[in-house]
Design a protein around this ligand. Structure first.
Ligand SMILES: Cc1cc2nc3c(=O)[nH]c(=O)nc-3n(C[C@H](O)[C@H](O)[C@H](O)COP(=O)(O)OP(=O)(O)OC[C@H]3O[C@@H](n4cnc5c(N)ncnc54)[C@H](O)[C@@H]3O)c2cc1C
Length: 352
């Protein structure tokens, strides 16, 4: 019997499993699901979660999901360290596992700008990788009046808007404008987002690099004028983008971003190494934040992509010929991204 192994229980992994079940493919296949945490975090609800006084349901237990959906799958909580695609063997902290087909859904992790600080204040600086990081920020905020957010992308923007309801927020951006990656070529929209921050009394510092955190002061310098200044902050949040979060695959590590795991529109994966060489990974697919998506030449890092790629690969994994496989055509317009964002927050898109 064919053995399919999925690594990662994030949104992409959940959607992959949901689709396998929908197609009844869990019946005659051996499926093993591995992940280092036994729950999935609805990350898109987290920026409002950290400012709310009450805790709300932002995680889904894997076992509850398997039971509720009636999926025929073997679940093991383990953190995977290496994958050997020649031997078709996965090594985790708890054990070794073999596969015929492997789906990697290990997500992304936050990029960490270098900030000089004493060991004792490190816990006041947080980057969002897991549910526990959001909990930690929520805890830190209890004793804070001033918050500094580093990175004015969509997460930094939304976080600033939410936190400005209760805190004095400073938003630090290295680039010359906010939301530059998402709103390239759309200066009017960037102006509107800037206006929203202005109305919420968020202090925005563009072309600015934060470099030191000391005595509740975040020291910054302006890249252009070289002016030095500080913003008051008892809590610092990194929202400076994400990178692939992957185990070592065939000896390739991904931490420094020199090697990249790429997937095509069927979800099939390969590695582009630091010298530009291509290493084909037979019977390996990547879904969600864990992959660089060739068709858009970027990391989609979106729940929308996680959902679509998870479903797509679940459909494709049983097709042997290219022509039978479904292509994932993912290049959503700004409007559909915005609509998706709103519907997610209204909980109209969730796990059904
Ligand atoms: C604050 C915030 C707001 C967001 N808002 C939106 C939004 O509005 N709209 C939108 O489209 N997207 C949004 N996103 C992005 C979206 O949430 C992610 O793109 C999506 O959750 C990615 O899902 P994933 O399954 O690929 O990865 P993840 O959710 O990161 O899941 C990865 C899984 O892999 C497991 N794992 C990792 N490493 C290992 C290992 N070595 N061994 C075993 N298991 C491992 C983890 O425990 C986890 O279960 C937001 C993200 C954040 C942080």
């Amino acid at each position: 019997m064919e053995k399919i192994v999925l690594i990662g229980a994030g949104y992409a992994g959940f959607k992959f499993m949901e689709e396998l079940k929908r197609q009844n493919k869990d019946k005659n296949t051996e499926i093993l699901w591995l992940s280092k945490e036994n729950f999935m975090t609805k990350k898109w609800l987290m920026d409002s979660y950290i400012v709310k006084d009450k805790d709300e349901k932002v995680i889904v237990q894997v076992r509850d999901f398997i039971k509720e959906k009636g999926i025929n799958v073997h679940w093991i909580e383990d953190e995977i360290e290496t994958v050997d695609t020649q031997k078709k063997e996965i090594t985790g902290k708890k054990g070794k596992y073999n596969y015929n087909k492997l789906i990697i859904a290990t997500g992304s992790k936050a990029k960490l700008p270098r900030i000089e600080c004493a060991e004792s204040v490190k816990e006041k600086i947080t980057a969002f990788n897991s549910f526990y990081d959001f909990k930690k920020v929520k805890e830190n905020l209890k004793d804070s009046k001033n918050v500094a957010i580093i990175g004015a992308g969509p997460i930094g923007f939304e976080m600033s808007v939410n936190l400005s309801k209760k805190f004095n927020v400073s938003l630090i951006e290295f680039e010359l404008d906010i939301m530059l990656a998402l709103l390239t070529g759309k200066p009017l929209y960037r102006k509107i987002t800037g206006k929203i921050l202005d109305l919420r009394n968020v202090h925005v510092y563009t072309l600015t690099r934060a470099y030191k955190f000391e005595q509740n002061k975040l020291f910054c310098d302006n890249i252009e004028t070289k002016e030095n200044f500080y913003v008051p902050s008892e809590t610092i949040v990194f929202a400076a983008g994400v990178k692939q979060n992957l185990p070592v695959i065939d000896g390739y590590a991904f931490e420094t971003e020199k090697n990249i795991l790429i997937c095509n529109d069927f979800g099939e994966a390969w590695i582009r190494d630091e010298n530009g060489r291509r290493k084909i990974l037979n019977d390996v697919c990547a879904i969600g934040d864990s992959c660089y998506y060739l068709n858009i030449g970027n990391y989609p890092a979106s729940a929308m992509f996680a959902e679509r790629s998870g479903k797509n690969v679940a459909r494709n994994i049983f097709q042997s010929k290219c022509k039978n496989k479904k292509r994932l055509d993912f290049n959503p317009s700004l409007y559909s991204k915005f609509l998706d964002m709103i519907l997610r927050r209204l909980r109209l898109i969730s796990l059904k």
